[in-house]
Design a protein around this ligand. Structure first.
Ligand SMILES: [Zn+2]
Length: 108
């Protein structure tokens, strides 16, 4: 969810059809980028609900795919969890690098 990508001017978010957005993120449900605004809205629609909430964004998603609400939730959760794992690995690499720098300075 946090992997923002800049799309060429004129790219249209398939969920809101807004042409003014330039910041997008890949979306595993559609397999195509969606805008930042829809990305946040999608997350709030798929996480933490026992059943499908009323949502124009979900209505639109259902027009575009044959998947069920639970399938959207699973795909989106797996995608966000994957991004978090990548971020965690990057942080751990940076922590190791910094510890190495500090240890060298301290002559350890
Ligand atoms: Zn959008």
């Amino acid at each position: 969810m946090s992997r923002w990508i800049k799309m060429e001017e004129g790219y249209v978010c398939p969920l809101c059809m807004d042409r003014k957005n330039v910041i997008f993120t890949r979306n595993d449900i559609l397999g195509t980028p969606i805008c930042k605004k829809c990305s946040y809205k999608l997350w709030s629609d798929v996480y933490g609900h026992e059943s499908r909430p009323e949502s124009m964004l979900l209505d639109r998603l259902e027009e575009l795919t044959p998947l069920s609400y639970e399938e959207y939730c699973l795909i989106e959760l797996e995608s966000v969890a994957g991004d978090l794992m990548d971020t965690l690995r990057e942080y751990q690499t940076e922590i190791s690098r910094l510890k190495g720098v500090i240890n060298v300075r301290q002559g350890k």
